[in-house]
Design a protein around this ligand. Structure first.
Ligand code: TMP
Length: 236
C-alpha cells in the first residue's frame, strides 16, 4: 500500500491517503500539546510508543469483538488503518475522578465512581472541546440516536477490556478518550489512538502518574513514564 497525499494533520498525527479509498496511513509525531494547543512541546520517542501501544490495544480490543480501524503496523511510526470519517465527538470514559471532572465539580482526584461514566465532548479545539449531552449531538445531526447508543455500549466495553488488561500489569485506568468513525459503507468503528496521550494511567501501588499529565502539569519524567507504560503493556 503506497503512501499518498496527506489528508489531515492533527496535533499528534498525520493521516495520508493510500492507493485504496478504504485505507489510510497514520503517522505518529513526537509533538505534544495540552490545553487545546496552548501548551506545546516535544516528547522524544512518543510517536513510536503511541503507535505501538495503540496497535497492541486495538488488536486486544478486536480480539474482544470491538471493531476498530487498526489493520497493520507498517513501521515504527506508521500504521495502515481503515479509512473513516471521524464523528466530531470525543467520548470520555471515567472510572475515577480526575482532570476536568475534578476541576468542574470541585472534587478530589482519585475519588472512585459508583460505575464507569461515559461523557461526550464536542471535538472543536477553538471552543475548548465543550461537554455536551448525547441529545445535543443527536439534534445537531453529529450522530444518530442508534450510533450514540452503540458508542455508549462500545465505550463501556472498551473500558472493561482495558481495565482488566491493565490491572494485571499493575496499572489503574483512571479515564480515557475515544473517537469513533464511519467507514465508506457507514459502519461505525473505533478509531484514533489509545495511548498515554489519551488515557490517564496510574501505577496501582504508588498512584504515580504514567501518562501525559506529566507533561500537562510539568511533573518531569515524561519520556520515562511513556516508556514504563510501553514496557507494562508489552508484558505477556
Ligand atoms: P479531562 O479530564 O481533561 O476531560 O480528560 C479526560 C481524558 O481524556 C484524559 O484521559 C485525557 C483525555 N483527553 C484527550 O485525549 N484529549 C483531550 O483533548 C482532552 C481534553 C482529554
Amino acid at each position: 500500500m503506497t503512501k499518498g497525499q496527506q489528508q489531515y494533520e492533527g496535533k499528534a498525527k498525520r493521516v495520508y491517503a493510500t492507493d485504496s479509498p478504504d485505507y489510510y496511513i497514520v503517522e505518529y509525531k513526537d509533538d505534544a500539546t495540552a490545553f487545546n494547543g496552548e501548551k506545546r512541546g516535544t516528547i522524544l520517542g512518543k510517536g513510536v510508543i503511541n503507535n505501538q501501544m495503540s496497535n497492541r490495544l486495538f488488536a486486544l480490543l478486536a480480539a474482544h469483538g470491538v471493531a476498530n480501524h487498526f489493520v497493520e503496523e507498517l513501521s515504527e511510526r506508521e500504521t495502515l488503518v481503515r479509512a473513516v470519517t471521524i464523528v466530531p465527538i470525543e467520548v470520555v470514559v471515567r472510572n475515577l475522578v480526575a482532570g476536568s471532572m475534578a476541576k468542574r465539580l470541585g472534587l478530589e482526584e482519585g475519588l472512585e465512581l459508583k460505575r464507569p461514566l461515559v461523557e461526550f465532548y464536542y471535538k472543536e479545539d477553538s471552543l475548548g472541546d465543550p461537554l455536551i449531552t448525547a441529545e445535543t449531538a443527536e439534534v445537531l445531526g453529529w450522530a444518530t440516536a442508534d450510533e450514540l447508543q452503540k458508542i455508549q455500549e462500545l465505550a463501556l466495553q472498551v473500558d472493561a477490556v482495558l481495565r482488566e488488561f491493565l490491572k494485571e500489569r499493575g496499572v489503574i485506568l483512571v479515564d480515557f478518550k475515544l473517537e469513533f468513525g464511519r467507514t465508506r459503507d457507514g459502519e461505525l468503528i473505533l478509531a484514533d489512538e489509545i495511548s498515554p496521550d489519551t488515557c490517564r494511567f496510574w501505577d496501582a501501588a504508588t498512584r504515580e502518574k504514567l501518562d501525559k499529565d506529566r507533561f500537562r502539569r510539568d511533573l518531569g519524567g515524561v519520556e520515562e513514564a511513556y516508556h514504563e507504560m510501553m514496557t507494562r503493556i508489552s508484558e505477556v
